[in-house]
Each structure stands twice: as C-alpha cells, then as structure tokens.
Design a protein around this ligand. Structure first.
Ligand SMILES: NC(=O)c1ccc[n+]([C@@H]2O[C@H](COP(=O)([O-])OP(=O)(O)OC[C@H]3O[C@@H](n4cnc5c(N)ncnc54)[C@H](O)[C@@H]3O)[C@@H](O)[C@H]2O)c1
Length: 461
C-alpha cells in the first residue's frame, strides 16, 4: 500500500520530537565533566591516539576510522530516514573533555615519544607540541622477564606486586584530583608480554591477591595496572594480546566494582582484513585450503615481538580468528583441513609502516583451486588510534549505564579486538559484520529502539 506523504508541518513536528528524544538520551546518564584517560605504555599507538585527539580538537584533522565520531546508526524502518550520528544518539564524552596521563619505562614526554615513534609527521606534531610535551610518563610497573627485548629507567620499586599495585592506585587517585576528571578509563597500550596461561592463582580474587602479596611469577605487570584500576572502580581495556583481565579473578573484580572490562588485542592491519575476507568466503560457501600471512614491521612493537615468548602471545591471538569464523565442525568439506600460518618479521627500515602479505588458497565448484594475494601496506598505529578512542568512549558509556556496568566483560565491543573476551564457555564472535551489528544493536537496545534484524518482510505487505 502506498504511503500518504506527510505534510511539511507533521514532518517538522516529528523531526523536533526525535531531536528532543535524542538530546535527552532516554534513560542514559549524560557525560558530565572531564574524562581522564590513563595509558600504560606511551609508545606508537598511545601517542598517535593522544596527538590525534588534540589535532581533531584543534580542527587540524578529521577523526577518520572512528565509529564513535564518524559513524551513524539507522533507527526504525528503512523508510523512516532516521540515521543519527552515534555520538548524538548515545551520550558519549565530548573530545574537548578528554584529559590524559600514562606510564612508561622511558622518560620521554608524549612529544618526544611521538617523534621517536615516527608515525605522525613533524609538521602536525609541531602544531600541538606544547600540549604533548606536558604529558610526561609516570614511573612504570615493569618486569624484564615479561618483555625481554626492552629495558628502561623509569620504573617503580616495591616490596611486592601488591605494593606496586598500591602505588598505581595512588597514581590514579592523584591524577583524578589534579586533572579534575569526574570519570576515568585505563587502556593498556604497553608492549606485548610473554605468553602465560591461566593458573590456579588467576581463578579467584582471593587467590590472585595472595599471589600479588607473594610476588608470584604468574602476575605480569599488565595485571598490576588492571588490578589497581578495577580496585579504584576504573574500567580497563586491553589493547595487547596479554592475558591481563581475561581470567576469572579479574572478571570477579570487574563485576564487584562495576568497572567494565574488554580485550584483547586491537584488531588492526592483517587481522582486520582477515575478518573482512573470511566471512565473505563462508557466505559464498567457498572452501579454504590454506592462508599464509607474513608481515614486516620495524617499530618497537616489532622489536618486542622478536622474542619468542611475546610472539607466542601474539600468534595465539592471530591464529584463533579463522577457526571461529569458518566453523570447520559445521563445514568439514570446506574448512575441515586448512593450513593457517602467521609470521612477523622485525625489519627496522619499515618503522611503523608495516607490510602484510597474505596468500590465500581457496577452492570453488567441484573443488577447483584459486588463489588470492593481498599486499596491505598499512600504518599500524593509524589503524589502532581510532580504536583506542572508540573504546575509551564506549567503556565510559558502559560504566554510566546500569544495565552494562555490572556485567564485567563488554562483549558488544568485540568489534575492536583480535581475540574478543567472552563469558566462560562461549565462543567468541570474530566476523566483523556480526560484531558491528552486535555493537549497534546494543546501542539501539540501550535507547529502547527496535533492534534491526534485516528481515524486512513488512515492506512487501
Ligand atoms: N599498532 C597496532 O596496530 C596494534 C594492534 C594490535 C595490538 N597492538 C598492541 O598495542 C601495544 C602497543 O603497540 P605500539 O605499537 O604502541 O608499541 P610501542 O612499542 O611503540 O609502545 C609500547 C610502549 O609500552 C611501554 N611499556 C612496555 N611495558 C610497559 C609497562 N609494563 N608499563 C608501562 N609501559 C610499558 C614501552 O616502553 C613502549 O613505549 C603492543 O602490545 C601491540 O602489540 C598494536
């Protein structure tokens, strides 16, 4: 049945009432006051993120790649024409309200660290130099056994890991006071730590705290920051593949303090492409014989990943993706026997400008083989920085939202991670498009909007 066109007056009224509804954000609390961002690890990703936020605030550049800043969300039926910007639909902190601090084993301020990282050009950095120079690193919690290939002087001393956690808690309280922030978020942008598996000390908060007191070797520095943050009621996101908050004891702490957590390992570069292509092959029921991924990169992250322990942590994170997307158990003829290899080579001349090659052996109708070659000349930190921005804004939203703040793991943020954390026993969703739908449907749900199922039969009634 044809729809009767609405009069201009009715259209204006509908628009106005929607604008009012959007401005009031329904039941969600508005983001009042400053949001303090605390970053363990002030290297390439962290400096590209902070410098980028300041450049956007000054109108020097645009926040490309950030879903919170550029993305829209369709509401209601396709015929309604309602697609507000995400940042207008839910109450996210304004970029002008962000304030920053961080910890690092090196003493460089953010301007020097950004210059060393070599991601952003000198011309851009010079325009925001005074701002970046004011952000100096606090003394880090560091243990050489967990990151073997770097060492630095700016490190805390303490009688055990609980004492170090207390010092980080003091840093957090001090930053909150000095910055005047009303809310805080911690996001780990530190190096990838050596591979460890969950042990008995990670199974309950009680066991974890005892392990902190006893200086147990199963507590890496990232857990010290995470514990300190959660104890202070501060949400924690993990940008590296380290275990950090992905153990039952941290889930417990997160729920107890209503401080949301998410991780692991920012989904940038090669894995981003993998989670775009693999769902496409599966959608068309094309088979996979093998996927060989290799990279050259020359930044400090690449240097750290030369150590077999740190590489193993990264490799586990990168390898899990295809298994989960392709579901070999459901499709043994297509994905029952594929070879998946990932290599990372430290090659200093490339700096942060990584090159990732993928050779993909697929097969089609009657088993005939085909090949796809991808050569992605990417900029790792340019892809990671908007993810950091979105995560801190969404985690802050989660903490202001009664329905989300006590859940612990924020699975709706899987979109941003190579190894999304999930409730125990639940397999992670890796397909980028399902992840995006999950994220947007979560936002619709929070605002009491209809979820979008793409069924669409009603258009043909
Ligand atoms: N760049 C990307 O696209 C990307 C994608 C996914 C994950 N990551 C992960 O994000 C992290 C940061 O990457 P990056 O390229 O900025 O690396 P980077 O080496 O430039 O920066 C890491 C910083 O962390 C510091 N650090 C190490 N241990 C620390 C500790 N215990 N406390 C405080 N500081 C510590 C190092 O001194 C260094 O300055 C790495 O773990 C990396 O694997 C990056």
């Amino acid at each position: 049945m044809a729809r009767r066109p609405k009069s201009a007056k009715v259209r204006a009224e509908v628009k106005e009432s929607r604008a009012e509804k959007t401005a009031s954000y329904g039941d969600l609390q508005p983001a009042k006051g400053k949001l303090g961002i605390m970053i363990p690890g002030m290297g390439a990703v962290a400096t590209t993120f902070v410098a980028g936020v300041e450049a956007v605030r000054k109108g020097i550049a645009k926040p490309i790649g950030s879903v919170t800043q550029m993305g829209t969300i369709r509401l209601g039926k396709r015929t309604e024409g309602r697609s507000p910007k995400i940042k207008e639909f839910v109450p996210l902190a304004n970029l002008d309200d962000l304030v920053f601090t961080g910890w690092d084993i090196f003493e460089d301020n953010m301007f020097d660290a950004a210059t060393n990282a070599g991601v952003l050009d000198r011309y851009l950095l010079e325009q925001i130099k005074p701002f970046l120079q004011k952000i100096t690193p606090r003394k880090a919690v560091f243990d050489h056994n967990y990151v073997k290939l770097i060492d630095g002087p700016n490190v805390k001393k303490g009688k055990n890991k609980m004492d170090l956690a207390e010092q980080v808690r003091e840093d957090i309280r001090q930053f909150k006071k000095s910055s005047g922030a009303s809310r805080l978020i911690t996001i780990w942008c530190g190096s990838t730590e050596s591979f460890i598996q969950p042990t008995a000390v990670h199974q309950s908060l009680k066991a974890l705290e005892k392990a902190f007191e006893q200086n147990d070797e199963n507590i890496p520095p990232s857990m010290v920051y995470a514990y300190a943050s959660l104890k202070e009621g501060v949400p924690f996101a993990n940008g590296a593949p380290n275990l950090t908050v992905d153990v039952p004891a941290m889930h417990e702490l997160s729920r107890e303090h209503e401080a949301p957590i998410c991780g692991k390992d920012f989904k940038t570069g090669q894995t981003l492409i993998k989670t775009i292509l693999a769902p496409g092959f599966k959608a068309r029921m094309l088979g996979l014989a093998g996927w060989f991924s290799t990279n050259i990169l020359g930044n400090r992250d690449g240097e750290v990943l030369e150590d077999p322990g740190s590489f193993k942590t990264k490799e586990e994170s990168k390898l899990s993706v295809l298994e989960h997307i392709l579901q070999p158990d459901l499709y043994p003829d297509l994905y029952g026997d594929f070879t998946h290899k990932v290599r990372i080579n430290y090659y200093p001349p490339r700096g942060d400008n990584k090159e990732g090659w993928d050779n993909i052996d697929i097969f089609g109708w009657l088993g005939y083989p085909m090949q796809i070659k991808v050569d992605f000349l990417c900029r790792d930190s340019i892809l990671a920085a908007p993810i950091v921005l979105d995560l801190v804004l969404f985690l802050d939203l989660a903490q202001r939202t009664p329905e989300l703040r006590g859940l612990g793991i924020q699975e709706w943020l899987s979109f941003y991670f190579k190894s999304p954390m999930t409730a125990p026993g639940l397999y992670p969703e890796h397909d980028l498009f399902i992840q995006l739908m999950k994220l947007k449907n979560t936002l619709r749900h929070l605002r009491g909007e209809e979820l979008i199922t793409h069924l669409g039969l009603e258009y043909y009634d």
